[in-house]
Design a protein around this ligand. Structure first.
Ligand SMILES: [Mn+2]
Length: 325
């Protein structure tokens, strides 16, 4: 029976996945491991796909925020006799922790700066200096300020390179492989190239978002048209973070992506999940996940202008309610 490892396809997720394999499945790598990289909105589908035809005896979910859909898929997986383990640091996973433990799952969860950080502290991994460096890179990718320029640059490059094209699974596999094999990340030639193009696109996206940004009290609301959305692919998260730092205001960014509308939120004061909750309530549908400082909402089959209008109203209402308190 194979071991399935499904991780969030982002910087800290891939580092966490690689560390897990290095420390717990080194002898099984690569032939006995089924690897998966996913994004929150398609995680439940990915779980189903990864463990079909009864090839795996075990599934480990790493850095994947749990929501109702994912939880339901986990129940299905357990019922098929596959043992499931959860390792995650997202705030929105918290309400599901006890429920999963009741199912007999091994759950490692805490509000840690990054999933590798959580693993080091809660799973008592003894890390070598190379892995220590990766942990600091993961923390930096997740928003912890690093004073070490080298760490910061590497973290930014990895983030940009991944976000440039979040559907490039081969690149994620290459990155994970390099970490498992203790290779120097600088030796991955394509990383620098991808980061370079990513940076150019990121700057363009920030410029566009600034142009369209409207001020709603303490919040900047901005959006990107469907035609541009595809080009910038996974860069919205980084762009929203940068805007938030630059303008020293909370930022809400709305974009239309074929069949779904995604709202990316960054909050200096830790109100991101609060915004998410209010927006989902106002729109009457959608799901959200993330952290207090960084979160996102995904809506299916909604019109961009309608969403923008409702989000604008919700933000105004929230500010008004905040002032009256
Ligand atoms: Mn992550």
């Amino acid at each position: 029976m194979k071991h399935a490892v499904l991780m969030h396809g982002d910087c800290d997720g891939i580092i966490a996945g690689a560390l897990y394999i290095k420390h717990f499945l080194r002898d099984q790598y690569p032939s006995e491991i089924v690897l998966g990289f996913t994004q929150p909105w398609r995680a439940s589908k990915e779980i189903k796909k990864l463990c079909r035809e009864n090839i795996c005896g075990e599934l480990v979910l790493i850095d994947i925020a749990i929501d109702r859909e994912v939880f339901s898929m986990i129940v299905d997986t357990v019922m098929r006799g596959i043992s499931v383990q959860i390792i995650d640091h997202h705030a929105t996973t918290e309400p599901w922790v006890d429920k999963m433990r009741e199912l007999g799952l091994k759950v490692i969860w805490d509000r840690s700066p990054s999933t590798p950080h959580l693993m080091a502290s809660r799973m008592k991994l003894s890390l070598n200096s190379y892995e220590e460096m990766l942990l600091r890179i993961a923390d930096s990718c997740e928003g912890t300020d690093s004073e070490d320029e080298e760490i910061k640059t590497m973290a930014d490059n990895i983030k940009l390179a991944i976000s440039r094209d979040p559907s490039d699974l081969d690149f994620m596999r290459e990155l994970l492989n390099a970490i498992v094999l203790n290779k120097d990340l600088a030796s991955i030639g394509v990383l620098e190239k991808k980061a370079y193009i990513g940076k150019i696109l990121l700057n363009k996206l920030i410029e566009k978002a600034m142009d369209k940004g409207e001020t709603i009290g303490n919040v900047i609301l901005s959006h990107v048209q469907p035609s541009e959305s595809r080009l910038f692919a996974g860069l919205f998260g980084i762009a929203t973070t940068e805007l938030c730092k630059k303008l020293k205001k909370d930022v809400v960014m709305v974009r239309d992506e074929e069949k779904k509308v995604v709202i990316t939120i960054r909050s200096i004061e830790g109100r991101a999940l609060q915004y998410c909750r209010a927006i989902v309530e106002a729109l009457g549908s959608g799901k959200y996940g993330g952290h207090r400082e960084a979160a996102s909402v995904t809506l299916t089959q909604r019109n961009l202008d309608e969403v923008l209008r409702k989000v604008r109203d919700t933000l105004w209402a929230l500010q008004k309610a905040g002032r009256e308190k």
